[in-house]
Design a binder for this molecule. Sequence first.
Ligand code: A2P
Length: 290
Amino acid sequence: LDKTTTLNNGVQMPYFGLGVWQTDNRTAQNSVIEAIKNGYYLIDTAKQYGNQAGVAKGIREGLRQTGGNRKDLFITSKVFDGDAGYDSTLHAFYDTLHELQLSYIDLYLIHWPVNERYIDTWHALEKLYKDGLIRAIGISNFDNERLQNLLDHATVTPAVNQMEYNPLNQEKEIHEMAKMTGIQLEAWSPLGGGQALNNPTIKQLAQKYNKTAAQIILRWNYQQDVLTIPKSTHQQRIIENTQITDFELSNEDVQKIHKLDEQKRTLWYDDFYWHNPNDPNNHPESIEVW
Ligand code: A2P
């Protein structure tokens, strides 16, 4: 769990963390406490999840119970689409900082490249980064075309691109581009929202290695050099998902998983209608969807 990768700006980022998408404040709080107690360093949230207040309480309580230090944690948040733009992103960042009760954020991402304002949003992130309020800045859900457009306008190269990535959706072109441009790929929904766990090949490998299906997938991620943030609200699974360092998938078995790619995104711009009704900052009607 303490294994880290070095991002393109020299910052160390944990390979493995907890995601809290689709989790309410109370549940997020409990998951974060469990995670910190079980050795997680990386916690991934977003304004859009509507649970940053719960995450903040979880961080505080988790550190209290473990005697840990904020500096040892690596906290990710993301710019909500409704805040896209230069000034609005600056304001939103301070709101998020306040909501998370933090003095800096380790990684701040553009959540979705919705409409062309993502370039202005990026310039706001660059400013906050240069001001020392964020240790690394990055993007999420950017395809190669939008990434190239961003790179053409950027003075800071994104450190991370966080994508939906799992055995059924391997984003090979985006992974290639990430490698070429020195951007670290990070997987959201690494278990395919749970769907990939039922794949027969994954189940077969689980039997072979005497591991669970989730552990096979997370180990595969790790061997692909992809950071991963599985979400679970159950203590037992939060622990299970960390137990991936005591075995190694053979090349042959890695190839078997490579063959499972169906290039099937469950969420993409066209069906980008998910909004957390509990988040008063969400104004779906003001968002341009394309
Ligand atoms: P739960 O929160 O009830 O534990 P992803 O991160 O790919 O979106 O997947 C999250 C889904 O997978 C959630 O529904 C979560 O359920 C479930 N999940 C997480 N870890 C495990 C595990 N080790 N075994 C089975 N299901 C899991």
